[in-house]
Design a protein. Sequence first.
Length: 233
Amino acid sequence: MLEPILLIEDDKKIARVVKVYLEGAGYRIVHAEKGRDGLDAALKERPLAVILDLMLPDVSGEEVCQDLRDMGDFPIIMLTAKASEEERVAGFALGADDYVVKPFSPRELVYRVKAVLKRLQKADLGSAALLSFNEGALVVDGRSYSVARKGREVNLTPTEFKVLFTLASYPAKVFTREELVEKALGYQFEGYERSIDAHIKNIRHKIEEDARNPVFIITIYGVGYRFSGRRDV
């Protein structure tokens, strides 16, 4: 049986609309109205992806997101009325793969679900070779979607992996934020390029010895980012 998309949303009307559109797109939906019920559902059956409201009646969506991240690397799409840029960036910093603001278009939500799930498809990277840098200090394997730092596995979200893989595939190339969104994630929405900063911050904390003085992902002020690792032969 196909893994479900877990919808954690206390508004029954919104949940009903989301369920109708996603089921119409061929997905199976498991719905929970409370955060703790959603976590229980995720433990009972690993979700294909999670659509998460941040304003829940029993526990904050931010806390639920952190607990879900500890369970696995499935995509998390935040669905919320929190619309400010700071709130969106904070959501990405928690490990969200996408952020949809209410009121929203159900069709756009379906598109975003398809987009984040597409990032999970290893075939998207084709015959990507294993990328090794600085005498094996960092290894990025597009075939297995895995990353290792000094021989120890690093747990990245699907979005973080695509961002890192894109940068590592073009050492020394400077990407603007907009280019990195389009190249790594495959689509563009207004304001999404600012979220790249949150993803880069998360990645640095996971792959760098000192995230404040990065060796691999360098900020080009006023432009964007470049990867500076030395490719192993």
